[in-house]
Each structure stands twice: as C-alpha cells, then as structure tokens.
Ligand binder design. Sequence first.
Ligand code: HEM
Length: 510
Amino acid sequence: MFLSFLFTPWILLALPLLYFGLPYVRNWQIQDVPGPWLAKFTNLWYLYEARRCRRYLTVHNLHEKHGKLVRIQPNQVSIADPDAIPIVYGHGTGFLKSDYYDAFVSIQRGLFNTRDRAEHTRKRKTVSHTFSAKSVGQFEQYIHHNLEQLTSQWDSKSKQAQQNPRSGGYYRFDALHWFNYVAFDIIGDLAFGAPFGMLEKGADVAEVRLSPDAPPTSAPAIEVLNRRGEVSNAIGTMSWIKPYAKYLPDPFFYKGIEAVKNLAGIAIARVNERLAAAERGEIQRVDLLARLMEGKDEGGNQLGREELTAEALTQLIAGSDTTSNTSCALLYHCLMHPEVVKKLQAELDRALPSSDVPTYEQVKSLPYLDMVIQETLRIHSTSSQGLPRLVPPGAGVDLAGHHFPQGVVLSVPAYTMHHSKEIWGSDADEYRPERWEKVTERQKQAFIPFSYGPRSCVGRNVAEMELALIVATVFRRYEFELYQDHLETREGFLRKPLGLQVGMRKRQAA
Ligand code: HEM
C-alpha cells in the first residue's frame, strides 16, 4: 500500500508538505513568534538572506517592526533583549553552539567551532593563559614591528604625493587594504611565526600548501578569508548542505568552498615551515604559535600537528579581519566627524612626545582614544549578527515573556543591541565617543562586541592592544581627507567595510 503510494503523483504533493510542514509542526511552541512567513516553514529564507550578505540588517529591520522577538528560522528565534544575554551566552546555563558552526569546520574542529562542552573546555584551557592581560604583553614587539613597516610605507607614499603637484599633497588610496595588510601581517607573525609580507609588498598574497608535502603555490589571503566567511555563514543556515554546496550552480558557493581549502592550505604551509625550523633549533620566539606548541591540557598532553594547525588557523581567521574591519570603520567614522579627530589628535600630541610607533604603556589609558574605540565597536559592530545557541535539554527557558523548549535555537543580535534607541537614546545611530563618559548599567549589559561568557572572544586583550596601537600610530603621525560619504558594508560571518577612499599625508607636527 505504502509502496504503491510512493509511485503515484500524490507523492509530488506529499513531499513538499512533509518537508515544509514538519519543521512547522515540530516547533509549534514558537509558532506565535512573529517573523517572515517563510521562516516558519523553511531555512531557505534565512539562507537567501545570508547569500545576500546583509542578514544582520534584515533581522534588525524585523525587530524594528515586530519588537523583541522575531522568528528567523523554523527553529530559531532572535531576541533583542539585553536580559537574554547572560542566559543565552553566560557561564553555567548549558547553552551550546548550534549546528550553524559545523559549516566553519576545516582541517578539524578548532576552538571557535567546536560545539562539545568538554572539548571546548580542554582547548580553551590550553590557550587561555596565553591570552591573559599579563601574557599578551609579550606579543607587543610583533605588533610594534609591523606598525613600523606600515609607517615606513605610508611615509614614502606621503613623500611621493608631496612631490607631485597634482596630488594636492595627499596620497590617495583605499585605506581598507592597508588595514588588512597590517592586521594579517600581525596575526601571521603571532600565529605562524612570521608576517605574510603583505606590508612589504603592498599586496594581498600568501603561500599555500594543500597538504604538508604538496608544492607551494600562492593565494590572496584576504580575499580567500572574505569568501570563506561568506560561504560558511550562508551554509551554516542549513549545515547539512555543506558536502553538496560545491555542486550548486552559483559561484558564491563553489568559489567559497575553494577558498576554505586555500585558507587551510595557508595554515598548513606556515605551520609546516615553523615546525621544521623548530626541529632545526632555529626558533626563539614568544609568539602565539610557540605558546600553542607548549600548551598542555589537564592530562599534560600537547596538541598534535593537525590540531596545532587547526588552532593556528583559528587564530588567523578570528584575529585578522576582525581588527582590520574595526580599524577601517574607525577611520571612516572619525573622518566623518572632524571634531573627533581634533580631540583625538590633541590627546595623542599631549601624551606622545614623538610620532614614532608608541608603546602600549603610553596609550593604554588614554581616555579619549578608548572612547573612540568603544564607540566604533558599538556603531560598526563587526560581529553584528546574533550568535546561535541551543536551548539545553530540560525544562526549557522563559525569556522576553515567552517560553522556549529544549532544542530551539536562540540568538541575541549584537547590531540591534548596539543600535537600540531604547538603550542608547535617540542618537543611537550617531557616532559620538563622548557617550562613553557616562554609560548606564543597561548600556554596559547590552554592549557585546566580543560576545559574552565562556565562548566570548579569547583574543580580546590582543585585539584591544592592537587597536590602541594602530589608532594611536595612525592619528598621531598622519592626517587624512575623506573621499566618500557612506561606508558600504557586506556581511559574511563579520560585517566588513568594502573600501575606504582617503587622502593621507604626514602631519606637520610629526
Ligand atoms: C576587534 C577585534 C575582535 C572582535 C570584535 C572579536 C569578536 C569576537 C566574537 C564576537 C567572538 C564570539 C564568536 C562566536 O561565539 O561565534 C569571538 C571569538 C573568538 N575570538 Fe575574537 N574578536 C576580535 C579579535 C580577536 C583576536 C585578535 C583574536 C586572536 C588573536 C581572536 C580570537 C578569537 C577566538 C579564538 C574566538 C573563539 C573563542 C571560543 O569559542 O572559545 N579574536 N571574537
């Protein structure tokens, strides 16, 4: 009977009904949560939004329309409420990362994409002391060295422009490229033992090996990372499609999958070189890779080669364009507000006797510099989307006046938290570093640029040091003209600026 049904035309009607109906019925306890009609039945709506690379904005607009709760997948609800943050992301609440993160696995699971609690605790213990405020001081020398390389390049470009009567004294360029070069070279230096050489070449290029013994080729690392972030972010909405995504007739997918391979190849090439040099006894560095190589879990076990490569790759991915995108957005917002640049430069001129790359000690407690960075992290929100977490087995959870049973995925959208007028006031969409002179408890609670709890950014201390040093160096030594009045962005896992056309010259005072 059943078999004969399978071979009738009715099956054509029954299959879509089952495919779209089952997720709806299975998640009946959230069917009253408002949201796009399609999102109740299928992940295809969310996949489409991720493919358009502006999902955070769609979700933000939906919150403006519907309020705190929006259903964005048959089993996922976005909650725009700061009270949900400690529950969804906090210690001891039992929420784990959802299957969205399976799309980001390459080589093997790393600190960022492992979903198992015990596995995460083991990995995090191995690296967390390396990132403590005390230990990251050891990394400053590598940041410093790369910033010196940046200033040497910018000085010579500024000189060229001054000798060219048609340039108006400013060197015209896309500042995003250079923020990318500096951030990649710094993380290359920290995570793999040597910079990629992008600052030196003024170009996006890195060595790739698809396996430890394969011949070396080269690839544009920044472009590869961007593609990889976008494709993984899209596949994460329906992670079961991962093995088939390369067959989809959209270059976004097959080029993205190629990028995932190339990115892993960059890590393989660099870790390879470093291990070989270590075997020859040539390494005397105190960088992240050295710390990863020494790191031991509770059982005293060190990371094997493959896990070491996966963790170095994790650091490269997590610690490169996060910083460069934020630096680029910071330059844009400051240049849109000349009064901010004036105040920042006055503070830097008072604190720094010369325009050489400063030490972290000299800049880490400058109040206005800090406010400018905080305000950029808020307004730009490089991690803009809600990071998805699973309601743990048990009785479920009550949030924002609704009950959510086990197995439902919840996320708190960072961009929406950072732009809420209810929390930040009517000027929430304006760039105003002075708001950080006095922040309320609710604002502090809603500010989550590095996320919150056990899965929050392990590299936050490195990021804060890097940002302070980059911003202090750039504004103390150079002045800029802005040639655009809007910062276009595109979202992969991160919200990335697409370019920043500026004119740059060395300051007279420098
Ligand atoms: C402005 C710079 C940065 C921002 C805004 C940022 C933001 C974040 C956020 C929001 C997460 C949570 C991701 C999730 O749960 O899906 C995260 C995790 C992480 N970040 Fe950062 N990050 C920055 C810089 C860095 C740097 C410089 C490093 C390393 C050198 C780093 C390493 C990591 C790692 C390894 C994780 C995964 C941690 C875990 O799951 O235990 N990040 N970061």
